[in-house]
Design a binder for this molecule. Sequence first.
Ligand code: ZN
Length: 251
Amino acid sequence: MRVLLLSDIHANLQALEACLEVAPGHDIAVNLGDVVGYGGNPNEVVERVRQYCDAHVRGNHDRACSGLSDLSSFNPLAALSAFWTRRALTPESIEWLRTLPRGPVTVAGLDHVQFVHGSPSDEDEYLLAVTDGLTKLLISTVPLSFFGHTHIQGGFSLYGDAGSEIHPFLEAGNGLARNELQLLNTAKYLINPGSVGQPRDGDWRAACALYDSHTSKVTFYRVPYDLKRAQKRILEAALPSRLAARLEFGR
Ligand code: ZN
């Protein structure tokens, strides 16, 4: 089975469309959460993800923007954008966001894989440091977990006693880039496809990934998109200008 992984789209319609355009053939698409928040096209992105993706996990922004949780854990910038998003969302979009399941989510035919937003044990936990990832992998009974939330493409692996960080090392620049990772049957993995709509790993290009269960390969992608248009939409919506500026730097 070939699985397209989309995470942290954050209402960036231009980035989402660019990823879908270059994505190679796949059997299913999985949304790893944070469909909305930060970006200027929340309803359009909800509609597209709802139609396109076959499985979903809810993110903290999906909860906050649909009123399932309050904004107390959000920094001022995130809270401001969540407040704007709540008012911009249609009742239908809000209703759909509220139905999204908490991870881990599994998919029929992929017994060895789970999908989460934060970590397998806590949907709001950030797996940033290698120790965060290895702590989870040591106790995990599922060999392969896909996660999001940190907006950093890559992840962690555990092979025997040896744990390491996964850095995809994609070609730098402004073009389309991809890189393959061969998974070992005897290792355990936590893999983040990166953020479609608001990368924070220093690369402005939209991030996504494809997992092929037959070849046990994960292909990471960086996809150029219409950045100016996404920024314009944020500014037109009178969202904080910092949200538009950061897209350019992938921070
Ligand atoms: Zn996010």
